[in-house]
Design a protein around this ligand. Structure first.
Ligand SMILES: [Zn+2]
Length: 411
């Protein structure tokens, strides 16, 4: 079976994760998909298959090199899809793309325009999978799962492809930041892994943001506006003042590449109480820390003005830049980069402007670069996957497992 045929089947499982659920898996329907993957892995010669209490699926493709002593690699993808767009009743379709707007639905006018998404021009002449424009597609990350299992099928059929032990891990709830929470690094048994969860084919990423979450609570004092003079403390206005003191040039809408930011994600409140939720991101840990300090100082300044305790800032670290770990294992990225070049593509090593499953796992002892799956526009209705590039990703994985098997155990 081809990888895209698997994808077309997988997207029929509505596995949108739920940030408010408070349990893992956050969507009980992830179980259905996990069981389906277990059934499929059983037919592909995957061994030691395990579906655990939190809906993590593990398996092992045994080495076909006698007495194999080389490195054990892992491949990881996530089963949930984003909650940021509808993910039920996905009507996937294959469109032969000849340039211009990629029309998802003639009746609704849903389409992907190369003016907004110039990378579409790379795929003229390709077959592209999209939804009908009313839902996301779910190539993030079901394309990754499809590619890993298509690789497994190829290895099962062709014993001349020599490889070491390959561990497979499919996680729930990556989109709500929980995929690593119950990941059994020790039981997984790999020396390192690749998350197959990037966008375009050719992406190989090992630099992520450092991430902090900042809650800002503004406590006001409400009194009838007619008799409020010198008494009222308007929390909503102070919150607006707080945000006004955050450098406008350091926000997501004004940054790119290696530039980090402050991002006001949510604000709700009234005169009495207003709460704001920010995230702070930067590839440089020190700069991210300095942004946290700026927020503390801003609170101090406003407390000086309006009274102690008016503005309270709570900061929590979310994840670290995995480059800190991966810089000690350069071979893990050099090998896929070389293969991508051999396959005629210039690798895209741009830093991730976000985190990955691997950012968390790398710090749990499983160094974990990220590879592209051949898809774009994740988390939205314009998401699409390119069949040719899904096939090329399978080819990359097949070459990768062979190359890894030739390395020293202490890679
Ligand atoms: Zn993903």
């Amino acid at each position: 079976m081809k990888a895209h045929e698997r994808l077309l089947h997988y997207v029929t499982f509505p596995t949108g994760s739920d940030p408010k659920a408070g349990v893992i898996p956050s969507n009980p329907e992830e179980w259905e998909f996990a069981r389906e993957l277990v059934r499929e892995m059983e037919t592909l010669g995957v061994q030691d298959i395990r579906l655990d209490d939190h809906c993590y699926v593990y398996g092992r493709i045994p080495a076909n090199i006698p007495d194999y002593k080389g490195p054990v690699m892992g491949l990881i993808a996530h089963m949930d899809v984003s909650y940021e767009a509808p993910s039920r009743d996905i009507q996937a379709q294959i469109i032969h793309y000849e340039g211009g707007d990629l029309v998802q639905n003639k009746d609704t006018g849903a389409s992907v325009s190369p003016e907004d998404y110039p990378f579409l021009n790379n795929y003229v002449g390709c077959d592209i999978i999209t939804s009908d424009g009313s839902t996301l597609l779910g190539a993030d990350n079901k394309a990754g799962i499809a590619e890993i299992l298509t690789m497994a099928e190829t290895l099962q059929k062709d014993d001349s492809i020599k490889h070491g032990d390959i561990m497979i891990g499919f996680t729930p709830d990556e989109e709500i930041g929980e995929s690593g929470t119950f990941f059994d690094v020790e039981g997984f048994g790999a020396d390192f892994a690749y998350t197959v969860d990037g966008d375009a084919f050719g992406e190989c990423q090992w630099i992520t943001f450092n991430a902090f979450e900042v809650m800002v609570h503004v406590h006001g004092f409400n009194i009838h506006p007619g008799s409020a003079k010198d008494k009222m403390i308007n929390a909503a206005r102070i919150a607006a003042e707080f945000d006004g003191l955050i450098p406008d040039s350091e926000t997501p809408e004004h940054t790119e590449g290696f530039q980090g930011f402050y991002h006001l994600c949510e604000i709700h409140g009234d005169v009495e109480q207003t709460d704001m939720e920010y995230i702070i991101r930067d590839h440089d840990f020190q700069i991210a820390k300095e942004r946290c300090e700026t927020m503390q100082k801003t609170a101090e300044f406003l407390n000086h003005k309006y009274g102690e305790g008016t503005v309270v800032v709570e900061i929590e670290e979310s994840y670290h830049n995995m480059e800190e770990i991966l810089k000690d294992h350069p071979v893990l990225t050099e090998i896929p980069l070389a293969i991508i070049r051999e396959m005629g593509e210039e690798p895209d090593t741009a830093p991730v402007r976000g985190g990955t499953d691997g950012a968390f796992l790398s710090f749990k002892g499983l160094p974990c670069p990220n590879l592209g799956v051949g898809a774009h526009n994740f988390h939205g209705k314009k998401e699409f996957a390119v069949i040719r590039d899904m096939d090329r990703t399978v080819e990359l994985l097949i070459r990768l497992v062979q190359r890894i098997a030739e390395q020293d155990k202490n890679i």
